[in-house]
Design a protein around this ligand. Structure first.
Ligand SMILES: [Mg+2]
Ligand SMILES: [Zn+2]
Length: 228
């Protein structure tokens, strides 16, 4: 079997969002909808309108849930999250073409790692937030928060991860769907977008290709990231 090598101006590297991108829906929103702690809806609204930082908003939302609900919350997500079509195939494509693949997630460790386990992605290629269930209420921890170059209050700072791959050495590609991807989308060479992120890219005139499944992305990657 032979594989043609896609033509990129520089070696590509992929940064892929988790919630609503690898999974069909946003797991944080799904948890809040299901357990419905009073006050979560206005927090989501404020995050989406960018009037509240993601870090502050996500922290506040989980603080609405008692730590004793850990097992219920985790079970709910693991039982209800669906994986978007073509994800294993994209990982395989990256292996074949020697393209580094990073999960850059604004989600939380207690659901991100278990949901990704079947796919064999090395742990050091997965970035997400942490969690602490030792207090009365769930506390989110931030092992990858913004560095000196980002004041966005990302929580898990995608731009910090992306900047470790210099723009003159790499063709940086971001895959995502929503507000946790906005800051990173402004940095990269190409965005594969869904939902709110497509609207944002259109507004800001960022190079982007809307997608539905990872098969769509593979198709465009085989064309060297061009939109035809
Ligand atoms: Mg997302
Ligand atoms: Zn940041």
């Amino acid at each position: 079997m032979s594989f043609s090598t896609p033509k990129f101006p520089r070696p590509p590297v992929l940064f892929c969002d988790f919630d609503g991108t690898i999974t069909l829906n946003d797991n944080i929103v799904a948890v809040m909808k299901h357990f419905n702690p009073p006050g979560w809806e206005s927090i989501v609204k404020d995050i989406l309108s960018e009037s509240k930082s993601i870090q502050q908003g996500v922290g506040e939302m989980f603080a609405l849930l008692p730590s004793s609900m850990k097992d219920d919350v985790q079970a709910y997500i693991l039982n209800n999250a669906g994986i978007r079509d073509g994800f294993p195939e994209l990982l395989e494509w990256c292996k074949i073409h020697n393209v580094p693949f990073y999960v850059t997630s604004g989600g939380i460790d207690f659901f991100v790692y278990p949901l990704l386990k079947p796919f064999g992605i090395p742990a050091d290629h997965i970035y997400c937030n942490g969690s602490d269930f030792s207090g009365d209420n769930i506390e989110i921890t931030w092992p990858h928060s913004c560095d000196d170059n980002c004041d966005n209050g990302c929580g898990m700072c995608k731009t910090t991860v992306i900047r470790r791959f210099p723009e003159d050495e790499y063709y940086r590609i971001l895959i995502g769907d929503s507000v946790t991807d906005f800051a990173g989308a402004k940095l990269v060479d190409l965005v594969f977008s869904r939902s709110h992120l497509t609207v944002k890219c259109r507004e800001l005139g960022l190079p982007h290709i809307p997608f539905e499944t990872f098969h769509d992305i593979i198709h465009h990657l085989n064309e060297g990231g061009r939109s035809s």
